[in-house]
Design a protein around this ligand. Structure first.
Ligand code: AMP
Length: 562
């Protein structure tokens, strides 16, 4: 598909990588920063996380680096180890076909590993200022061959007191090198730094025009990146939207999310730029006819189509500017109808949310994510309401005869409770916390974590995994829980009772490019940016998850009409 990326004059290796990442078009920051950096200009970009800032500098860096020269040609400084690893990983993905070596260097990791990387000829070093300074002092990192320096999240680095290290590092770089500074805010201290070290920098920021916002009810939920899918399904269970568009950033995310939703029993389909117009129209036809109630879309795919008014717009990924936000939520609440606009925001994206709010002159209402208990309570209430209606209308006579026969053995209360239990079980209805009733969903304690030795890089998609495992092991898809696709590995939670059967019958998963192997994962935490077997983030401080707190977690199971 021709995209706006084609107009940027990028190498085919990079275009291929962008294609594989599922980016459909450059974000507003990228549209400005990539040409500026490729023209050799210095830039100061006001761009918080969520705007696509990493690719905005990583793409020009990959264009600039000459892989034949095995010296450090680009340096990115980032405030935290977490961000350095994230930036290194994103840069690696963009430069995957360019034979460029990317090396993250940060405190807390053994020097030996980093020294090996430096000796092997790292082209791009992404580091925290302290550790970069250490390497310079030890003589293990020379910066005289650097052609471009990027300060990422510059305001945070200054807030963390890195100014001296940053200045010392910049002093080690050659005079004519290019420099880019990315920062969520541009306080005077940043301007001073820019004046001192940059050559007539261009300023880049998101457009600030007042935007018309429709009369839609607008809320946001803060969620951790890894909790987003559960957050979304809880919201869907609470709101049961008649018709919703769920927006994702990339086409791969849209396709993955639609498969996950399908695997969890929701009526969902994806539209994205990888599909032909005819395919998209087909999906849209189903959505219009309300055969599926959830349409998972990218901005680009949604833009070209005449999508009917919907009851809910859900920003699964926050849009990258106010323009995109207004465009998305304009799909709901049209013609005076009531619409709901829901945005999921990770803690790192809160600054972008604040920028969007400023542009639309409106504050989004923060809401607490619904818990499984909230979902169960809502469903119980709905069930009671329809039972009341049935009772008021008078239950059919044959049912009365059944009740009368049972009344010879049990009390009225016992009969009613038993009948409600059966009804709940049959419909995958609410789990009542105190009762022995189970709706068949898995709690965290019920699951065994398996690991597949292939992930995003090999095109793994949750829907394919469910199909393959469920098919080979002959188990229902509802025995498979969370699927977490990382770069090089995929973690799959399965019901304890079927784990050994899966390992016996479905241990080899056939992917498009060959086989991958399934085995028992060593531990449950998967928050690893490198896709390796992860370590828990903070020892002794488990991430609070609903189902780890002993709440009954709902699990995949077909629902009523969706
Ligand atoms: P960042 O602001 O760099 O933290 O990026 C936020 C997210 O947007 C990351 O998950 C990127 O992979 C993704 N992203 C970056 N550029 C694009 C693009 N042009 N289209 C879609 N997603 C993007």
């Amino acid at each position: 598909m021709q995209t706006l990326f084609h107009t940027l004059g990028l190498k085919s290796e990079i275009m291929k990588a962008i294609e594989a990442l599922g980016f459909e078009e450059p974000s507003p920051i990228q549209k400005q920063a990539i040409p500026a950096l490729m023209s050799g200009a210095d830039i100061v970009a006001q761009a918080p996380t969520g705007t696509g800032k990493t690719a905005a500098f990583a793409i020009p860096i990959m264009e600039l680096i000459d892989p034949a020269k095995r010296v450090v040609q680009a340096l990115v400084l980032a405030p935290t180890r977490e961000l350095a690893v994230q930036v290194a990983e994103a840069s690696h993905s963009i430069g995957r076909n360019c034979r460029v070596n990317v090396l993250p260097v940060y405190g807390g990791q053994a020097y030996e590993h980093q020294l090996r990387g430096l000796r092997a000829g790292a082209h791009l070093v992404v580091g925290t200022p302290g550790r970069v300074m250490d390497h310079i002092r030890r003589g293990t990192l020379q910066l005289d061959t650097v052609r471009i320096v990027v300060l990422d999240e510059a305001d945070e680095m200054l807030d963390m007191g890195f100014i001296d290290d940053i200045q010392l590092i910049l002093d080690q770089t050659p005079k004519g090198r290019q420099m880019a500074l990315f920062s969520a805010t541009i306080p005077p201290r940043i301007q001073t730094l820019a004046r001192r070290y940059m050559n007539n920098p261009q300023t880049i920021s998101l457009a600030h025009e007042a935007k018309e916002v429709p009369l839609t009810h607008q809320v946001y939920y803060e969620t951790q990146p890894r909790g987003k899918r559960d957050a979304l399904t809880n919201i869907l269970d609470m709101q049961e939207p008649h018709s919703a568009i769920i927006f994702c950033r990339t086409r791969s995310e849209a396709a993955d999310l639609a498969s996950t939703l399908q695997a969890r029993g929701y009526g969902a389909d994806a539209i994205h730029g990888d599909m032909s117009q005819a395919q998209r129209e087909r999906v849209l036809g189903k959505f219009r006819a309300n055969k599926v109630s959830l349409l998972v879309a990218t901005d680009v795919a949604a833009r070209g189509l005449d999508i009917p008014d919907v009851t809910h717009v859900i920003n699964y990924d926050i849009p990258d500017d106010a323009d995109a936000y207004v465009h998305r939520i304009g799909r709901t609440g049209r013609m005076g109808r009531k619409g709901e606009a829901i945005t999921l925001v990770t803690p790192r994206e809160l600054r972008l949310l604040r920028l969007i709010e400023k542009d639309i002159h409106k504050k989004l209402k923060p809401l607490q994510l619904p818990t499984q208990e909230d979902v169960a309570a809502r469903r119980t209430k709905a069930f009671m309401e329809s039972l009341r209606e049935t009772l008021r209308a008078g239950a059919g006579q044959p049912y009365g005869l059944v009740a009368a026969e049972l009344a010879e053995e049990f009390s009225a209360m016992q009969i009613a409770a038993g009948a409600i239990q059966l009804a709940f079980e049959a419909t995958g209805g609410p789990v009542l916390p105190t009762g022995p009733v189970s709706d068949g969903r898995i709690t965290q304690a019920d699951t065994t974590r398996l690991v597949l030795d292939a992930g995003r890089r090999r095109g793994v998609r949750p829907g394919d995994i469910v199909k393959s495992i469920a098919g080979d092991a002959g188990i229902p898809g509802s025995d498979i829980g969370n699927i977490d696709v990382q770069a090089e590995a995929t973690f799959i939670d399965v019901r304890n009772s079927v784990a050994s059967k899966i390992l016996e019958l479905a241990a080899v998963v056939t992917l498009r490019d060959g086989d991958a192997n399934l085995s028992l994962a060593r531990q449950k935490s998967t928050d690893s940016p490198t896709g390796q077997q992860p370590k828990p983030k903070s020892a002794g401080k488990p991430r609070p998850r609903d189902n780890e707190r002993g709440r009954p977690a709902r699990f995949a199971g077909p629902k009523g009409k969706r």
